[in-house]
Ligand binder design. Structure first.
Ligand code: S3P
Length: 435
């Protein structure tokens, strides 16, 4: 496998300036899929131009949607809820777990048609039994490799509505079942053990679908068609999380990150940072109980470097900060005292095993960090020596290594830095502008 270029990140004296957060990956995937499922053209502004979200555009084109890519917007001319076209060969999802888990929700409703999904080496290690089970209960057929992994075939059917209890808090699985529920024969309910990101619910509400939350239960009513109107994708907090972390730990830094999406189901990281004493100021969305709003809130985040203290992250907070937990480990190295993350065993089935990758990676840079079955424990030492870290092809580990380098005493060489292109192709440019 081509590991890609090694890039060295030297210690920075300070970071200053303003950047715009890159477009949200989760919301871009959903916008393209909803566009493909709609009958009328959907205009999408600020769609993420990155490897993962290109995979989604390629997939929906193969399924019959027309996609026009312009500088300022993309326009998706969809095929409707039940008219996806059979593809000639397997649909290649690349590295995109969200595409692999959401798309089958739509494909399951294509009665009499079959679709094969496959992806890269990392995708072939990621479980899909979690979507196979509910989709089978709804009447579709799925046959994951070894019962669990891609490649797999989805055979569409006329779907039954179900009430499904998610065994893990996963927005991807929740979204898959909700998308399938659009074409089922009644109302479909998904119950989640803890709240997870609700972008799908909001986008469906904006598309005129009946979608309601009652405590941990989300119900979607079947629909004849989706009418989403124009979709604007906000900035991605999960990408901005890296520059935020850099601004917090590189001494004397002060940054402004503009247009960050701050849907409360995504801002767990900012609440963790606040407990750690970090100075990050912005207008965050308040916790919404049962309300599903059809919009995504945005703010500018003002980040100032300062001292940190350790914190404990418990299981109920994990889904609201899942992709940012590697950065919590990094910040823990710079904090006073211990930082603990518990109940985060899902990290083991991300683009890589992010518990093993973070612990080995940061230890190699001088961190005092231990892996646990469901997270990690970091003892802050006030800084990091530096050294070499291998992304293993995981975009978030590559960017973690870069931030570690800027804040380290000796600098960090990141092997496989090109993995960042999966979600944040402008990352190096943004760091350069701030340094
Ligand atoms: C995502 C949900 C999360 C997250 C992933 C994107 C989404 O995965 O880790 O990067 O877009 O719904 P899970 O839902 O599997 O936890």
């Amino acid at each position: 496998m081509n590991r890609g270029a090694s890039v060295r990140f030297d210690p920075a004296h300070r970071l200053r300036g303003t950047i715009v957060a890159p477009p949200d990956k989760s919301i871009s995937h959903r916008a393209a899929l909803v566009g493909a499922m709609a009958a009328e053209p959907v205009r999408i502004t600020n769609y993420l131009r990155a490897a993962d979200t290109h995979s989604t555009l390629r997939a929906i084109r193969e399924l019959g949607a027309l996609v026009e890519v312009h500088d300022e917007e993309i326009v998706v001319r969809g095929v409707g809820l039940r008219e996806a076209r059979e593809t000639h060969g397997p649909i290649d999802v690349g590295n995109a777990g969200t595409l692999m888990r959401l798309l089958p929700g739509w494909l399951a409703a294509q009665a009499g048609r079959a679709f094969t999904l496959d992806g890269d080496d990392s995708i072939r290690r990621r479980p899909v039994d979690r979507i196979a089970e509910p989709l089978r209960l709804m009447g579709a057929e799925l046959d994951p490799t070894q019962g669990r992994y891609p490649p797999f075939v989805v055979r569409g059917a006329r779907l039954r509505s179900i009430a499904y209890d998610l065994p893990v808090a996963s927005a991807q699985v929740k979204s898959c079942v909700l998308l399938a529920g659009l074409a089922a024969d009644g109302a479909t309910t998904v119950s989640e053990p803890a709240p997870s990101r609700d972008h799908t619910e909001r986008m469906l509400a904006a598309a005129g679908v009946g979608v309601h939350r009652n405590g941990r239960h989300v119900t979607v009513t079947n629909a004849d068609e989706l009418e989403p109107g124009p979709i604007h994708v906000p900035g991605d907090l999960s990408s901005a999380a890296f520059t935020i972390a850099a601004g917090v730990v590189v001494p004397r830094s002060r940054l402004l990150i503009r247009d960050v999406g701050v849907n409360w189901t995504r801002t767990g990281y900012l609440r963790i940072l606040e407990r750690m004493g970090a100075i990050v100021v912005g207008d965050l969305e308040e916790h919404l109980d049962d309300e599903i709003v059809p919009t995504e809130p945005l703010t500018d985040l003002d980040v100032t470097a300062g001292p940190l203290v350790g914190t404990v992250v418990e299981a109920d907070e994990v889904p609201l900060a899942i992709d940012e937990l590697p950065l919590v480990a990094l910040l823990g190295c710079f904090a006073e005292g211990e930082t603990l993350v518990r109940g985060a065993q899902e990290l083991r089935v991300k683009e890589s095993d992010r518990i093993a990758g973070v612990v080995e990676g940061l230890r190699g840079l001088g961190a005092e960090i231990e892996a646990t079955a469901d997270g990690f424990a970091v003892t802050g030492t006030g800084g990091l020596r530096g050294g070499r870290i291998d992304s293993g092809g995981d975009h978030r580990l590559a960017m973690l290594g870069a931030v570690a380098g800027l804040a380290s005493r000796e600098g960090v060489e990141v092997v496989g830095m090109d993995a960042a292109d999966v979600s944040y192709p402008g990352f190096m440019g943004d760091l350069g502008a701030l340094a």
